[in-house]
Design a binder for this molecule. Structure first.
Ligand code: NAD
Length: 523
């Protein structure tokens, strides 16, 4: 049965953590748009047991069989695209343009992992590392973790789980997913499609609920893939360490954009607008702060302010593309943006456009701030909103130093006409990704690792074969080329055997003839 979400109730009341159900609010007007179970640890344990029971047959299906099922799911998602996107828009308050991007992730990721999965999961044969091991045959078997947990935040309700879940399923794992309580509707429906519409085995489940439900997932799985705040990620990393399970953590960011004097300013301004305001600034790799070299600073700021002021804001539920950016997901998120802007202004910053929260719904207008510095929260803390604080810098070194003056290290961008200069600056940035003359691009280059340094994470999301292999344990398989009765190093030790072994080791392992032949004194 398809998910029924619209209840028509209004008002927002916090859901107590012990409650059996929780409400989902639409940020455009704060109406309740859905009510879902707040799954208890006991309920999550039942889901986990069911997934574990189904996983062996899923693994036995092999990569080709799993790829076929994943592609059927993709077909179902695209056949139901409009309905799924309407759910995304209802729960997130996005503009239709920002909403429509979410299914693209499903297409890209499912096609990528199903196209290459069989090859990446194949046994890997290796040559022995030295002649002393020449009689060995070496092979790596990839065996999936039986149950992978995927916990996701609210900024891309469908797109975010679609980044990770297909890779884990392709690996042969069962997946216990847990979407954000702020935006669980579209993902819950996508999982229902898997379970009820395409005849797929029950190896994918969706636990809905608050933080306690997420914690129960971490307690039950064999590997956890988490995307969300640094605070929650740290707690999950600690719990995963206690349980000795691996965790891959994609956390917060404070990405810097560096505009050098030789950059194409019109393109850089367009990039700042897209990178800073896309999804109302609620993307982990959003442009959060901009450093512009003095010779082009005035031109950049003037053009940026004009473009930011022209951005159309609203939630075009008629799918007319009449808005560029929509609402923020929660009132708390609007509060953070408001606090950062007020803090900056109190410390001497100027607002060139925007700067005051919307009167209805959870809207905050595109905001350009200048005369900012690193004493201000807007330059140091993750804002996750449609703000563009711009700071004037003199040298490349000053821009790099300021960009690195952050506990975060997710991504960043450098803008220059000189490719070598771009690479030189990139190598000095303390971030997991750097883009030259573009923004938000590094996250969608699946052959490359996408992961944060410093407080922005641990591990990586993609990276060619790793996109699927990360959900597997590697089993080292060693077999013998010769079938000997015994080995030289087995008991009993004898002077003769140890003399021969010593000679062989010297002969094969040392680097000049005198030592190889034992002609140089020992000790
Ligand atoms: P959050 O950390 O508050 O919540 C994320 C998820 O964790 C939710 O599903 C939540 O229910 C769950 N959760 C909460 N407490 C938990 C616990 N103790 N154990 C297990 N699960 C728990 O994050 P958010 O506010 O939903 O998302 C915004 C954050 O996500 C931002 O910091 C943003 O930068 C980050 N983010 C990072 C990336 C990336 O790839 N690096 C991508 C998108 C968003």
């Amino acid at each position: 049965m398809a998910l029924s979400t619209e209840t028509g109730t209004t008002g927002q009341s916090p859901t107590p953590s012990g409650a059996e159900f929780f409400d989902v609010h639409g940020p455009a007007d704060n109406r309740v748009v859905g009510t879902l179970p707040n799954h208890s640890p006991e309920q999550v344990a039942v889901m986990a047991a069911e997934l574990r029971a189904a996983q062996p047959a899923w693994e036995d299906l092999g990569p080709d069989g799993r790829a076929k099922t994943l592609r059927s799911w993709l077909d179902w998602v695209m056949d139901n695209e409009q309905r799924l996107l309407e759910l995304v828009q209802r729960e997130s308050g996005k503009s239709w343009g920002d909403t429509a991007i979410e299914t693209m992730v499903a297409v890209e990721v499912i096609n990528y992992v199903t196209k290459h999965g069989a090859k990446w999961l194949a046994d890997q044969d290796h040559r022995p590392h030295s002649a002393s091991q020449a009689t060995k045959r070496l092979r790596v078997h990839a065996r999936p973790y039986q149950l992978v947990g995927v916990i996701t935040p609210w900024n891309f309700p469908l797109g975010m789980p679609m980044m990770d879940v297909p890779g884990a399923l392709m690996a042969g794992a069962a997946v216990l997913s847990k979407p954000s309580e702020v935006t669980p509707l579209a993902w819950a429906e996508a999982v229902r499609g898997w379970r009820e519409e395409i005849g797929a085995p029950p190896v994918l489940a969706c636990a809905t609920g608050l933080g306690g439900t997420g914690a129960a997932v971490v307690d039950l799985v064999d590997m956890i893939q988490f995307t969300g705040s640094t605070r929650t990620g740290r707690a999950i990393g600690i719990r995963a360490a206690e349980r000795l399970i691996p965790s891959s953590l994609e956390l917060g960011g404070k990405d810097a954009m560096i505009v050098l004097a030789d950059a194409d300013i019109d393109r850089a301004v367009g990039g700042a607008i897209w990178g800073g305001l896309f999804n109302s600034g609620q993307a982990c790799i959003s442009v959060e702060r901009v450093y512009v070299q003095a010779p082009v600073y005035d031109e950049f700021v003037q053009k940026l302010t004009e473009k930011a002021a022209a951005i159309r804001q609203g939630t075009d539920t008629d799918k007319s593309y009449s808005n560029d950016i929509g609402a923020m997901a929660t009132e708390a998120q609007v509060d953070i943006v408001d606090r950062h802007v007020k803090d900056a202004v109190a410390k001497g910053a100027r607002v060139l456009t925007g700067g005051t929260r919307g009167e209805q719904g959870f809207y905050y207008p595109p905001t350009v701030l200048v005369d900012v510095d690193h004493t201000m929260d807007c330059m140091r803390e993750e804002t996750f909103g449609p703000t563009l604080p711009v700071m004037k810098v003199d040298t490349d070194e000053e821009a790099i130093r300021l960009a690195n003056d952050s506990p975060y290290g997710l991504a960043g961008s450098v803008w220059t006409a000189d490719p070598e200069r771009a690479e030189r600056v990139a190598r000095q940035l303390e971030t997991g990704g750097v883009t030259a003359n573009n923004v938000l691009a590094s996250v969608f280059q699946f052959p490359l690792p996408m992961g944060g340094w410093k407080s922005s994470g641990l591990g990586a999301r993609f990276g060619g074969p790793y996109s699927v292999r990360k959900y597997c344990r590697n089993q080292a398989f060693v077999s013998e080329r010769l079938s000997l009765k015994s080995e030289m190093n087995w008991y009993p030790y004898t002077p003769a055997k140890s003399r021969i072994m010593g000679r062989v080791i010297r002969l094969l392992g040392l680097h000049d003839w005198r030592r190889r032949l034992g002609l140089k004194a020992n000790g």
